[in-house]
Design a protein around this ligand. Structure first.
Ligand SMILES: [Zn+2]
Ligand SMILES: [Zn+2]
Length: 271
């Protein structure tokens, strides 16, 4: 079996298992304030790892960060279970480069809404080296380790949350359910909505030559990535929600770290 087919099959199995487990184990859960809090915190960690780390820092180089922060953001993104950083970045470069064309990995204009949302991850062509450019990223050794061992790093959450939940309130599986399983599946779908809903439904403030939209719901779910039409207009800007009323929590966090002196060269839209 080719590597591309293996990766597609791995996604089919992994995504199915996570969704089935989320539904199947729901009735058996002992939801507590602390288990729900752990789930909420891990949802935010995963979303911010993708928005600040995978997307704005590593894909678009919208700002620079010191090595410690670079590692922390890459680690947070790795915990989201969206695959290795280098693959995510390459897919996203293809999305911007060939937006709404055949080589766009996830366009609801070329394919269906469902395909752009999740189906593309089950298609071997999405992992075909011939079709998807594979540019090497210049990663620090620590981040390269995360990239090489992303599945192992991702799965370490399971024993960690079992242990924490068990020690803190004798609710190990409850914590695994919220902080590992639910936070992963929900943050996956929030990210997927940027690829699907934000290219179908919302406001088009800028003529970008594609179908990208600004969508408030997705902006809330993803801490600011829903201002996707803005993003396609100015891909390298560290701020996505620059117009009045467009809350962009991801950018506020980037500004916070800039004030502390850990982040520099923050890029702004050239309008
Ligand atoms: Zn897009
Ligand atoms: Zn982008």
């Amino acid at each position: 079996m080719s590597k591309a087919k293996r990766l597609a099959l791995g996604h089919i199995i992994g995504l199915s298992l996570f969704h089935i487990a989320l539904i199947y184990y729901f009735p058996a859960q002992k939801f507590t304030f602390l288990s729900l809090l752990a789930g909420f915190i891990m949802y935010q960690v995963k979303i911010l790892g993708i928005t600040i780390g995978y997307h704005r820092l590593y894909t678009h180089r919208a700002f620079t960060a010191n090595n410690a922060l670079k590692f922390i953001f890459a680690l947070m993104g790795t915990l989201a279970g969206q695959g290795p950083l280098s693959r995510w970045v390459n897919h996203h470069w293809e999305h911007h480069r060939y937006c709404e064309q055949d080589k766009d990995p996830h366009s609801p204009v070329v394919n269906s809404f469902w395909y752009a949302h999740i189906g593309w991850l089950t298609n071997p062509e999405s992992f075909d080296d011939e079709k998807v450019r594979k540019q090497k990223l210049n990663l620090t050794p620590a981040v390269q380790f995360l990239d090489d061992h992303f599945n192992l790093v991702f799965l370490t959450q399971l024993p960690i949350f079992y242990f924490l939940g068990h020690v803190i309130e004798n609710n190990g599986w409850g914590w695994v359910y919220t902080a590992f399983l639910a936070s992963t599946v929900l943050s996956l779908h929030s990210t997927f909505l940027v690829n699907s809903l934000c290219h179908v439904f919302g406001k088009k403030d800028y003529e970008t030559g594609d179908e990208s939209r600004n969508n408030l719901l997705v902006a809330i779910l993803t801490n600011g990535e829903g201002w996707h039409n803005n993003h396609h207009a100015q891909p390298n800007s560290a701020v996505h929600g620059w117009n009045k009323g467009q809350l962009d929590i991801t950018f506020l966090i980037i500004k916070f770290f800039e004030k502390l002196g850990y982040v520099s060269n923050v890029k702004y839209p050239k309008l």
